[in-house]
Design a protein around this ligand. Sequence first.
Ligand code: HEM
Length: 395
Amino acid sequence: MGGPHFSQEMQDTLAWYARMRRDEPVSHDEKSGRWRVFRYADGLKVMQDPATFSNDMSEFMPDVEELTAFQKGNFQNMDMPRHRELRGLVSQAFTPRFVASLEPRIAAVTKDLLDAAEARGGTIDVVGDLAHPLPVTVIAEVMGLPKEDHPLFRKWAYALLVDNGVDAIRSEEGMAAMAPAVREMNTYLKELVQKHRAAPGEGLIADLLRAETQGMRLDDQEIVGFLGLLLIAGFLTTSALLGNAVLCLDEHPEIVDRLRKDPELLPSVVEEVLRYRSPLVWLDRRAARDTELSGHRIPKGALVSVALISAARDGDAFPDPDVFDPDRTNHRHLSFGKGAHVCLGAPLARLEARVALTELLSRYREFSVEGEKVEYHDPDGLLAPTRLPLRVHKR
Ligand code: HEM
């Protein structure tokens, strides 16, 4: 079901997903109130039908001032037409060409981080030494944020995504626990935007302030919401991808050999890592009307959650789904979502993964994970290691 680097808890979760795909592919969970969707084809239907499955989750969220302010520019939680307008504006600043231009800087940061880890001596912790700081450094530089504030960004991401559990955003208690971090982030980003308004400079925020379509501009709170989204959405997920890639390579030395001879294989390896160890576990929608999914009636207003990891292991979509196989011709995983909300940062995440893996392969003639020391996130939140000690042998 899983390779050697799946915790027992995760192996059990994968076995449970397989049972649910077979026996209860669309099922209501009394405890969380969610309708859970376990098969690939159903997950795809949910993501590709935004008129029926809405991204506007405000009904489920407690009415807390901090959160409402943050939601204003968080277009991941919006539907057409506002989603398209805001995403369109932001896409003007976050273009494929802009992302590609970051490659040399991503390579330099990767080298610096590994140099620093080696200088400290002993094993490298792929998470603490590389997978955590790399995406934070890259996105912070893109946004023009100082290095000494990195710990703040980590704190906010953990508060929103990890520390308080996956459903925290939908409960009074969860929000109460999160509110201080959200407030701190809002204030920080608002000051930043105001500084840029006062003295327009270069970079992403300046571009966002200038970005305009059909006479429409983003206001400060919308920019704050979007910047918060960028800081939070791209950090732990990309860290997960980097850590997961190292776990997959450690499980498959034959693929490491092939990669050393044929670097062209790297993009396919990254896609297969995204499928085999999909970082995000759940993708949520709200039923905007009464509907039906594979014979199950889902009432208007229901919370509908696609189990991304389960969809990625669906044999009807991926032959031999439990085999890690970069030679697959079908890389149509759902790990970045699909449809109108497909991940805006996917090209950046892929680029960071390619650059980091290229550096690991060229710098070390051998590397191996200290399997018994690996630690993982809660398997209901994020499929990713939290600690990943790696023994390395330099060339
Ligand atoms: C491996 C890394 C990543 C994974 C697995 C991931 C996953 C996802 C998923 C599943 C969605 C769809 C949400 C939905 O349909 O409601 C999404 C949306 C989004 N992601 Fe990512 N993401 C990653 C990296 C990034 C990065 C690096 C950034 C930016 C720096 C980013 C920014 C966003 C944004 C802005 C959205 C909202 C798009 C929209 O609603 O139109 N993500 N991501």
